[in-house]
Design a protein around this ligand. Sequence first.
Ligand code: AMP
Length: 597
Amino acid sequence: MKFTDMGLCPELLAGIEKLGFETPTPVQGEVIPFLLENDQDVVALAQTGTGKTAAFGLPILEQLEFDQVAPQALVLCPTRELCMQIARDLQNFASQMPKVNVLAVYGGSDIRRQLDALSRGVHIVVATPGRMLDILRRKRADFSSIERVVLDEADEMLNMGFEEELKGILSDVPDRAQTLLFSATMPKEVARIAKNYMEDPHEITVGSRNAGAENVNHEYYVVHAKDRYRALRRIVDAYPRMYGIVFCRTRMETQQVADHLRKDGYNAEPLHGDLSQPQRDSVMKKFRERHLHILVATDVAARGLDVNDLTHIINYQMPDDLSAYTHRSGRTGRAGKEGISVSIIHMREHFKINRLQKSLGKKFTQQLVPTGEEIARIRLMAMAERVRDWESGPGLIDNHLEELNTLLADLSKEELIKRFASIDLHRMLLFYRDAPDLNEQPARRQNASREPNRYADGPRPSAREKRENHEPRKMTQGMVELCMNVGKLNGLTPKRLMAMVNVADRESSIDIGRINIVKMQAYFEVPRSEAQGVIDSFAKSHVDCEGRPVSVAMAGNTRLNPEKSSGHKRKGPVAGALSKPPRKKNRKSKGNRKFHD
Ligand code: AMP
């Protein structure tokens, strides 16, 4: 269905076209035609970010009597931010209509201005419950002409303890008014309001009851409680373009996590109830405008924050109930975009994940906290991709190119790459060089201690290899082992691997020895003399596996020229091109200590 088929007037159609809305969202497709045709009450189960403001707003605007300047519609919502947002949205939808007066009424601001505006006359009142009831008790609002009442985010209003206010306000609204209740979840309290204040409501469900947003992937990491912050850092580091909210339980924890992140060099700020309103407004503005990438917030403070493009929600601490989790995770995956909801838990919190899986009917995937090596690789590759895709623009550097060339003439291409990469990432690479595995896996630890000599006569596996059960063996004579960055999860099979090696290296056909494909990567043997050629050919050709660019490096324990090694067993680099700087004897060198995990 299109907006033009819904029976909306040309002015409203022009208004939404100006906003760039082309097709109605599912909730709009269900709610708008129903409201234009019926005056039956409606209960709509829909998440934030699904387009519900237009779902109720367009029919309200369509059916306004402009010459009757008395409140004809009342929208109640939980927070001041949401209140201002809804009022702004309604004004925008009506930008091509005769003057529509929409008044936002909320606490924490001068009540006299709101009273004056009400006495001058408005068509639509958007209000938070506390301030609205205050005004009604002063007898300064006349609701006798109200035709529609919207309870937006009803579950949140009840969570915030507004039940009494809602009852007080609803008793001032004429019985004939149509009541619309929008809620992301349907706990008992919301069902009770529907039962007591609505008549035979028509139920509209977009997605399933109590389900989270459709486009959200739910992931969790299991770590020791003391490692929670370190795990958070690694998760943030593993997503170089993260734009998200980290949810904490208390104001103090929120402040502490934000302080730590800032101290450690992240673009993060806190949002909680101990900040003044202007401080909160300023943080939210920065976040909306993307000058801030990570917001650390309490549930209450983040209510009403309306941002569409969040890549992640991180539950630094799990919330106590299902509806809080649904609201948190519903802040990502909005307006048709994909999002990830991450939970950091410790062993004894597994039951919370199981409970959520059952109630939401969604699969939660356990992820392993990335190792230092993996993060280093991700950051380096992200930087390399940026360089590859960067368009330098004509004329910006050209005048200085010759001079730059002369200055760097003595450096080889490899040396240049190394230096450019480490200028940006040096601190991070150094920091993660000896970083421990943070995953809480008691079973694996026990195994390891029971078999101390397991690797006595073979190479010791890298953390990644251990986690993926790749057993390094003595190499076949004359062969070395390479590692590929895709595995079973990317649909890799031995046949595909061999085909890729031969496609990448068109000149020759390589003898491939033993192959071991694990979850996220693959190991394979090639003749020692061919190894560097295979690595280089993958670096040059753009082979990909299910959309993921494939790269190949020496496996964690393999040295291309073992005879050159001085005899002490130092682990080789995973990424062949960029080797670690020589390690200092004292691991806690000054630089290392400065950059706390
Ligand atoms: P809401 O759930 O009303 O807060 O809407 C979430 C976001 O989706 C807002 O930024 C709206 O501007 C946007 N939006 C709502 N309806 C549409 C539509 N039909 N097409 C594109 N964007 C929309």
